[in-house]
Design a protein. Structure first.
Length: 62
């Protein structure tokens, strides 16, 4: 590692500097917010109402 970008040392950026993580988060949040969700669009599953049953009670792999 012979050359470390100056923005990593000083925090000052010259040219095109993007915060890709922040931009990605904002883009995903905008996509989520643009869709409308309602309780009526989700099916109700009766076995999810009670959490006292042990894993695998209804079969399947545990």
């Amino acid at each position: 590692m012979k050359h470390i970008p100056s923005r990593d040392i000083t925090g000052f950026c010259e040219g095109e500097c993007k915060n890709l993580v922040r931009e990605g988060k904002e883009k995903r949040q905008k996509e989520i917010s643009s869709r409308s969700y309602s309780a009526s669009s989700c099916p109700s599953v009766p076995w999810a109402n009670n959490r006292t049953e042990q894993p695998g009670f209804y079969g399947g792999h545990v």
